[in-house]
Design a protein around this ligand. Structure first.
Ligand SMILES: NC(=O)c1ccc[n+]([C@@H]2O[C@H](COP(=O)([O-])OP(=O)(O)OC[C@H]3O[C@@H](n4cnc5c(N)ncnc54)[C@H](OP(=O)(O)O)[C@@H]3O)[C@@H](O)[C@H]2O)c1
Length: 263
């Protein structure tokens, strides 16, 4: 008999209409979790939910712009209405923002990038923690980035938000450790198949005056493995961190980057 790693758990995964969030939702559903999805694009959410349900899994979704506080409150209420409670929160939603130096970075964009990555992760954690503490069980996983640990020009808000998520991870882990709640983060390297990554590559290539393939090849060559990571590889690390396989791990940030960051 194959034992499912998330049997009967309820997982709420943000940014799950495509990319890494979609891969996490599909893998978690395969491992027995009921998954609640959210993002702004309804068509993508509906298609992921339908695929999960057609494979015998359980899924629900609601559209939301997580840079807005009211939407964060609404999605947590909707997830509870659908599945009763939340065992696992994966803060994954986000966009890269402008690719410009600090002195040119529009303040409104800075706020928006911080809001969707860091503020939403904070607010969603704040909303699910009381229930997790009451049930003495919960897992929060924050999808940070290699950008939190390395130095790449022209993405200041993104790097600041992702580094902020690591601080949030450690403090939430400290607060929840003796109340049954574990909190960890993943720092993916380049997952080049996703919309965000493709758009970023195109912008970087344009700025550097090289073609996209050259830009990407140069970057990937700096990784020990010399290749991109897949959304599926990030999802497998997420599954480990959200399952009892990692029961003694909390407050950690795990690099899934093919060998770039070493702390
Ligand atoms: N790809 C990489 O190389 C890489 C590397 C390190 C970390 N990451 C992180 O991984 C996460 C997923 O990125 P991805 O590469 O999978 O990109 P993606 O394919 O573009 O997916 C991003 C997801 O977030 C949702 N989202 C964006 N802004 C939102 C908002 N304001 N409110 C609600 N949902 C929102 C998107 O849906 P809508 O647009 O429909 O809202 C989409 O479902 C991000 O946090 C990203 O920073 C990615």
């Amino acid at each position: 008999m194959v034992l499912m790693m998330l049997k009967d758990r309820v997982a709420f995964i943000t940014g799950s209409g495509r990319g890494i969030g979609q891969a996490i939702a599909q893998l978690f559903a395969k491992e027995g979790a009921a998954v609640f999805l959210t993002a702004r694009t309804e068509k993508e959410l509906a298609s992921v939910a339908a695929e999960i349900e057609s494979g015998g899994g359980r899924a629900g979704y609601i559209t939301a712009d997580l840079s807005r506080d009211a939407d964060c409150t609404q999605v947590v209420a909707a997830a509870r209405a659908k599945f009763g409670h939340i065992d696992i929160l994966v803060n994954n939603a986000g966009h890269y923002g402008p690719v410009v130096p600090v002195e040119d970075y529009p303040l409104a964009d800075f706020d928006k990038v911080i809001a969707v990555h860091l503020r939403a992760a904070f607010l969603l954690s704040k909303l699910v923690l009381p229930e997790m503490y009451a049930r003495q069980y919960g897992v929060i996983l924050n999808i940070s980035s290699l950008s939190a640990k390395a130095a790449y020009a022209w993405g200041s808000a993104y790097a600041a938000a992702k580094a902020g998520m690591l601080g949030l991870t450690r403090v939430t882990a400290a607060e929840g450790a003796r109340k049954g709640v574990r909190v960890n983060a993943i720092c993916p390297g380049p997952v080049t198949e996703t919309k965000m990554s493709k758009e970023l590559d195109a912008l970087l290539a344009k700025k550097m005056g090289v073609n996209e393939e050259e830009q990407l090849a140069g970057f990937l060559n700096g990784l020990l493995q010399g290749r991109a990571q897949t959304a599926e590889e990030i999802a497998r690390a997420a599954l480990f961190l959200c399952s009892e396989q990692s029961s003694a791990m909390t407050g950690q940030s795990i690099n899934v980057d093919g060998g770039v960051a070493f702390y």
